[in-house]
Design a protein around this ligand. Structure first.
Ligand code: PGA
Length: 255
């Protein structure tokens, strides 16, 4: 594992993504041992799959007890019920919740079916629930090809909170396969804000594969600002990023 500390992002460059996935799963296991009611911020998408697989393995091996762990999901498509094949609520069940002993009452998901008249209150309730839980201890995060974090698309401000957003064309294009065509991808979503994410005590950012190389480079090289919301992560005191060789291929080699 090679370390980079450019531009306020302590990055670990791993030879294989499994190395990062195991390291983060071990870290979460140790944190849960110290604080059984740990509060996690959890993403969906392809990036975190391996971390969830490792967590399930650790649970099955009797080394990780999720019974008091509390979870907050980062985002959800607007208009999708929890049973929809592309809903993040369903992906979370399939990737993690069905494989560990998490208590349903400790799972906090954004509701894709919230109506326009309830949406603002739902977002406020979500923020309040995070605060009532004492804040997020560890938040896992991917980076979109356009530099988004959760569904904070380019243009999102540093002080944004949980809210309804319009999805970017890049984001909708990347989701087209799972929806069976871009015309079926929702145009809007509900997401934790940038400020919600930055309030987490620890943030673990993952990016794997050549498709993320440009976004990783932009995250480290662009001026901090809304053009690439991932730049807002720079300087967060509890941040660690894990990139594989392909995702970090456009970074200058420091060793
Ligand atoms: P992915 O998406 O994990 O499916 O690559 C990451 C993101 O868009 O945040």
């Amino acid at each position: 594992m090679r370390r980079l500390a450019e531009a306020g992002i302590p990055a670990r460059i791993v030879d294989a993504r499994e190395e990062a996935e195991r390291a983060i799963a071990r870290e979460i296991t140790e944190l849960v041992r110290k604080k059984p009611d740990l509060v996690l911020g959890l993403p969906t998408g392809k990036t975190p799959i391996g971390v969830y697989r490792e967590l399930a393995l650790l649970h099955r091996a009797g080394r990780l007890d999720f019974s008091r762990v509390r979870t907050f999901n980062l985002d959800e498509y607007l208009g999708l019920g929890a049973e929809h094949g592309a809903a993040f609520a369903r992906a979370m069940r399939e990737m993690l919740f069905d494989h560990v002993n998490v208590s349903p009452g400790n799972i906090h998901l954004l509701n894709g079916l919230v109506g326009p008249e309830r949406a603002a209150a739902h977002c406020r309730d979500f923020e309040r629930a995070i605060a009532a839980a004492g804040g997020i201890d560890l938040l896992l995060l991917g980076i979109g090809r356009n530099g988004h974090i959760a569904f904070n698309e380019p243009g999102s401000s540093r002080d944004s909170r949980t809210r309804v957003v319009e999805l970017d064309e890049t984001t909708r294009t990347d989701a087209a396969a799972i929806f069976g065509g871009i015309e079926h991808v929702p145009k809007r979503a509900i997401t934790m804000g940038v400020a919600t994410i930055l309030d987490a005590k620890r943030i673990r950012v993952l990016a794997f594969g050549a498709a993320k190389a440009e976004a990783v480079k932009r995250t480290l090289a662009l001026a901090v600002g809304p053009d690439a919301p991932a730049t807002f992560l720079r300087g967060h005191p509890g941040l660690a990023a894990y990139f594989d060789a392909d995702a970090s291929a456009l970074l200058a080699r420091s060793s």
